[in-house]
Design a protein around this ligand. Structure first.
Ligand SMILES: Cc1cc2nc3c(=O)[nH]c(=O)nc-3n(C[C@H](O)[C@H](O)[C@H](O)COP(=O)(O)OP(=O)(O)OC[C@H]3O[C@@H](n4cnc5c(N)ncnc54)[C@H](O)[C@@H]3O)c2cc1C
Length: 593
């Protein structure tokens, strides 16, 4: 019988590294993305039963409007969520959790987020990031000590990385952890900013700098991660909280500063190795991002329902507004992008559950594409609702407010585009270096070359094709294969042109990231539709085929535009225009001035 549980590593470890990093070298590691991961019926039953229980819980215990207006998440509700098992979904059973797979967790996030976004933050800040450093990097003793209470919700977790001066540049954090050998403790000093669950968390994953340890030039290597545990009344000497932030959205969720003033933490609370804190923070965020995509799937589905209900009931010009083509366009766009996003999220969750070596770029794509799709879908839904959409009694305004932060936290979408472009280019650069050194001493190097370097040396860099897509989608499969090749060539050209300076070329990085996101979106969709056809036949999968064709045609336009602009663009004008505006301190061309 299949299970909702995470698959165990030894049986399923896949040796090939990141699917998307391979795309930078023109290699489509098709076996990683075909067949589309199937969710077994018994897993569906178990997860859907839990989702049903949560939905009932939400109706009975969470007065979403009241909580939002009062800017308060009742503490009894947090406790009840723990009792329901929501706080331990991803924690292995041996520590009292449910041991959900990534797919199961994504499904639950999809259900929880549209019911109440603040509740999704309580869960996400706890499970996706707060306790993740312990889960991923803690030792056995630490796990045994804290995971059971984290699973039951007795301990609520928070993730403390951001500081007033260290946001996107988290590696510049200033909080210090100074070792005191007399007590075998670290003494923490510093301020963490905008910490979700801050008011009621008792388990804090805190990132702090151990000055001068080790004496590395790279400041990141001084950073360590500590588990800081507050007492049952949430207090701890040396730890204090700032006032609750007044926010645009997610109003019921708790966001506050966590201030450390000579806060003493036992040395045994160090998570992972001393210099590995920054890596732990990045890994944690990498694993959490797919679920932000999943929350966006849930929010988008809700918007489609609202838009369809309104469009089919509202008449203007003696016609259902649903029948106007501009409304149809919105409904189609909302549905297609949601389908594509759902495909990306569950394809990525499948990679995580198969323990593929590296899914950082796939997770980042889900987050960037998902949060932007959700924003557009809420905007479309609101537009379909017309004036009603602007009224407080309808859910659109709140949905806009609540969803806006998705594009900012857990790595802003700008930073994630940099991550996508530069991580892929780095890998490509390493392979090219290999080619160069092999050319210098071909015999010495040959045995250890990557497949890519081998091909490059032979001068036969033919790009891969998608071979497993259903024949009904052959033109779309061809398109993806062709553009994956063009993309890889373009990345190589950019890299050769700029060398290390490519890190400063953000105009280009944004385009590269956007093409990669479009490639992944199409591949995920083609994989899913192929599986749908195999399962229910072409006729029954007709709607999904249409979506794939519609989306791939759109994606092609974007890819062409982005790839062309890598070569011919107005980037110099863009720099100059913004320089003039900076110099003027605002809009310099006021017609009335
Ligand atoms: C409601 C809420 C909850 C949060 N919860 C947590 C939490 O639980 N734990 C935690 O540690 N943090 C949390 N954060 C912090 C959040 O992760 C940061 O706000 C985020 O990382 C961005 O940092 P910043 O706000 O300082 O923006 P900045 O880093 O100052 O960025 C400002 C703008 O500049 C852009 N930018 C920055 N650098 C670059 C670059 N190199 N290239 C292009 N553009 C760039 C950014 O994309 C952004 O648009 C939360 C924030 C909010 C608002």
């Amino acid at each position: 019988m299949s299970t909702v549980k995470e698959q165990t590593k030894p049986e399923t470890t896949v040796e090939v590294e990141s699917f998307l990093k391979n795309l930078f070298q023109g290699h489509i590691a098709e076996d990683l993305v075909f067949p589309f991961p199937e969710i077994p019926e018994d897993v569906k039953e178990t997860v859907e039963a839990f989702a049903g229980a949560y939905t009932e819980f939400d109706a009975a215990h969470l007065d979403s409007d009241k909580m939002d207006k009062e800017h308060f998440f009742p503490r009894e509700a947090v406790k009840a969520m723990g009792e329901l098992g929501v706080m331990g979904m991803t924690i292995p059973e041996e520590y009292g959790g449910s041991g959900f797979s990534s797919a199961a967790y994504c499904r639950m996030t999809e259900v929880i987020a549209p019911l109440d976004a603040s509740a999704a933050i309580v869960v996400g800040a706890h499970e996706s990031i707060g306790l993740k450093p312990l889960l991923l990097f803690g030792n056995d003793e630490q796990k045994k000590k804290w995971l059971p209470d984290l699973a039951s919700g007795k301990l609520i977790a928070a993730f403390c990385l951001t500081e007033p001066e260290a946001g996107s540049d988290a590696g510049s954090l200033k909080t210090t952890a100074v070792y005191d050998p007399t007590t075998n403790e670290y003494v923490l000093n510093g301020t963490k900013q905008w910490i979700s669950n801050g008011a009621f968390a008792r388990f804090f994953s805190v990132f702090a700098r151990i000055p001068g340890n080790p004496a590395e030039k790279d400041g990141h290597k001084e950073i360590a991660c500590f588990a800081v545990i507050a007492k049952e009344d949430c207090t701890l000497p040396g730890l204090s909280r700032g006032p609750e932030e007044k926010k645009l959205g997610l109003c019921a969720s708790s966001t506050c500063q966590i201030i450390f003033e000579n806060c003493r933490v036992p040395a045994a609370n160090l998570i992972g190795e001393k210099g590995h804190g920054f890596k732990i923070a990045l890994e944690t965020l990498n694993t959490g991002r797919t679920s932000l995509g999943a929350g966006s799937v849930g929010g988008s589905k809700m918007m489609i329902k609202l838009a369809v209900d309104h469009a089919t009931q509202r008449k203007q010009f003696k016609t259902r507004i649903a029948d106007f083509e501009m409304i149809r366009h919105k409904i189609t766009r909302m549905t297609a992008t949601t389908y594509v996003l759902e495909s990306m999220v569950y394809l990525t969750a499948g990679l995580v559950d198969r323990h593929v070596g590296d899914y950082s770029l796939e997770g980042a794509c889900c987050k960037v594409f998902g949060t932007e799709v959700l924003w557009q879908n809420i905007n479309d839904g609101l537009q379909v609702a017309g004036g009603n959409g602007f009224m407080d009694e309808y859910p659109y305004g709140r949905a806009l407010r609540d969803s806006r932060i998705n594009m900012i936290f857990e790595g802003t979408n700008e930073i994630l585009r940099l991550l996508i472009a530069l991580s892929g280019m780095k890998e490509l650069g390493d392979s090219l270096k290999e080619v160069q050194s092999a050319l210098k001493s071909p015999l010495a190097q040959h045995g250890i070359l990557t497949e890519y370097a081998h091909k490059r040396l032979k001068g036969v860099i033919t790009h891969d094709k998608l071979t497993k897509v259903h024949p009904s989608l052959a033109p779309e499969a061809d398109q993806v294969g062709r553009y994956a090749g063009i993309f890889a060539n373009a990345c190589e050209t950019i890299l050769r042109k700029h060398g290390k300076k490519v890190v400063d070329k953000e105009y280009q990085q944004e385009r590269i990231a956007d093409v990669l996101i479009d490639l992944y979106a199409q591949i995920a969709t083609l994989s899913r539709v192929t599986a749908a056809i195999a399962k229910k036949g072409e006729e029954k999968a007709a709607g999904e085929l249409e979506i794939a064709r519609w989306f791939c045609a759109r994606a092609r336009h974007r890819m062409v535009a982005n790839l062309k602009a890598l070569d011919k663009n107005r980037d110099a004008d863009c720099t100059s225009i913004s320089d003039r505006v900076y110099e003027a301190g605002g809009y310099p061309y006021d017609l009335w001035a």
